[in-house]
Write a protein that binds this ligand. Structure first.
Ligand SMILES: [Zn+2]
Length: 236
């Protein structure tokens, strides 16, 4: 994820596209747990030890926190859960902040990101989502990005967009690694963007406007800004 957010040379997160941007955002595994003890930031819980009824409306985000939920002002909770491959890749909660598309976000329940085990990390993965870009994509949502097509596919091209001016307007997702379709304005769609649905091997960029949007969320959103100064990592 850091390779992708930093557009790090020599990695699958690097690109030479004129719009490709180093978002200058980095992530660290927690080093200090909520009790003040050292940690590697990873906790493992046996599913059988959790007693919970799946009758909630937003069951993923009501259910997964039972496995572990650290203070969201200090930590980003990422739950890795063993679903079947390609059923569902991941999901993220969205921030609320004074940006188009985010002013009216409803912040209820829990905050975090869910990634399914078949699409998490970079080993033993299956299908086209096999290089860990699922977490990069979901972290994009966590920091306020929309899909390139906005929220409704096949909508009128101009009806709704992703609020980033430098991503060509498209009305639907692109899968696989095929040639990029043209956008609503006849430009080449940015299918290599992390906020499309292309295969991981063909994804390698955030744009400048996307980076600015994420950085604004990180600096201004009440459920994100304290992460910058979190006491969960050692700052020597
Ligand atoms: Zn998405």
């Amino acid at each position: 994820m850091n390779n992708d957010f930093r557009k790090k040379e020599g990695t699958s997160g690097y690109n030479t596209h004129p719009l490709g941007t180093d978002a200058r955002i980095e992530f660290k595994l927690a080093e200090i747990d909520p009790d003040g003890n050292s940690t590697d930031g990873i906790i493992r819980v046996y599913a059988n030890d959790i007693d919970f009824e799946e009758n909630e409306e937003n069951w993923l985000f009501d259910y997964l926190p039972h496995y572990g939920y650290w203070n969201i002002q200090e930590y980003i909770n990422i739950w890795v859960f063993p679903f079947e491959p390609n059923l569902l890749l991941g999901q993220s909660s969205v921030p609320k902040v004074d940006l188009p598309g985010l002013e009216n976000s409803v912040i209820t329940g829990t905050t975090g990101i869910m990634i399914t085990t078949p699409h998490f990390g970079t080993s033993d993965l299956v299908g086209g989502s096999n290089l860990g870009k699922t977490l990069t994509h979901e972290m994009g949502h966590f920091l306020g990005l929309e899909h390139l097509w906005g929220r409704e596919e096949n909508a009128d091209c101009m009806a709704f967009d992703d609020y980033c001016e430098d991503t060509p307007i498209v009305s639907r997702r692109t899968g696989g690694c095929s040639n990029a379709p043209t956008s609503c304005n006849g430009e080449i769609a940015l299918t290599q963007n992390y906020m499309d649905y292309t295969d991981d091997a063909c994804m390698n960029m955030f744009t400048k406007d996307q980076a600015e949007r994420m950085r604004y969320v990180l600096e201004k959103s009440n459920t994100r800004k304290s992460l910058i100064t979190s006491s969960s990592i050692n700052r020597n």
